[in-house]
Design a protein around this ligand. Structure first.
Ligand SMILES: [Zn+2]
Length: 171
């Protein structure tokens, strides 16, 4: 897989993440840099079922021998595709002044409630630096999930000036 180039604008991001095969590759490469392994037994001998974008472990255990790239991540229990998740994550990461759930809702076509939930979950993942669910669970234990996030928007200064191309706010 080639180096992941970060999309510069929202339009680029939507196009970049539109391909679910591509999204699967990105997440797999990030989670298993040395090659995909079965989350149940660690076996690297897997069959990839391309049509369903899942792997099947060939080690012979009966339970959970098939898994997707979402297993064990904050995306696992969500019916939304990684195309929407990654675009939303791009928006959260690239917003200088904070992206609103309304903007996410407009950009990726989910309800505003869903957008709020995604925004919240993505920010927690960014605070912990990983999309793995374990990190979210440990955050939950420290009560970060029970109330408002300590920072409503992490205003990280980015060295590169990235054009913010979110949908324009209309008043
Ligand atoms: Zn296995």
């Amino acid at each position: 897989m080639s180096t992941v180039a970060v999309p510069a604008t929202l339009q680029d991001a939507i196009r970049y993440f539109a391909d679910l095969d591509h999204c699967t590759e990105i997440l797999a490469a990030s989670r298993w840099p040395d090659g995909v392994r079965c989350p149940m037994c660690g076996n690297p001998k897997l069959t990839f079922i391309k049509a369903r974008r899942i792997w099947q472990c060939n080690a012979g255990h009966r339970d959970r021998k098939q898994f997707s790239v979402k297993v064990g991540t904050i995306f696992e229990d969500s019916p939304l595709g990684l195309d929407k998740w990654f675009t939303a994550a791009w928006m959260v990461a690239n917003c200088k002044n904070g992206v609103s759930s309304y903007e996410i809702h407009r950009a990726i076509g989910v309800t505003q409630k869903t957008a709020w939930f995604m925004d919240h979950r993505i920010r927690l993942a960014m605070q912990s630096g990983t999309f793995e669910k374990v990190a979210v669970e440990s955050l939950r234990q420290t009560n970060l999930l029970s109330g408002a996030s300590p920072e409503t928007c992490t205003r990280t200064k980015r060295p590169r000036s990235q054009a913010r191309a979110g949908p324009e706010k209309r008043s």
